[in-house]
Design a protein. Sequence first.
Length: 109
Amino acid sequence: MAGLAAVMTNDNWPFDEPRNVAVITTRRIMGGEHSVDHVVHDEDDGAWQFLNWEAGFEMKEAMLVGLEEVIATDKSLLQISDLPPGWFARRQRKGGPWRKAMSDSCDNP
């Protein structure tokens, strides 16, 4: 995470939320077994979810981590910092282009 801190100062942090805001992800993403290919920015509470669509989501794998921690696993996640609440972003592979859409179309990629 020191590498990210060296690159991203508070002045150029692109998210509206602070670096330490709690976000939802999985143990396998944080452990490097899976990459983030599906991001949801919840409309109701503004929470962020960083998930792997192909692997699915099981509550026993869930983790709460700081936003900066999940970004440190893949700096290309900075590209979706402008994702509005109520939207999701999906990509085919790590580093691939993001496709953004409103969350009500989440089940219809």
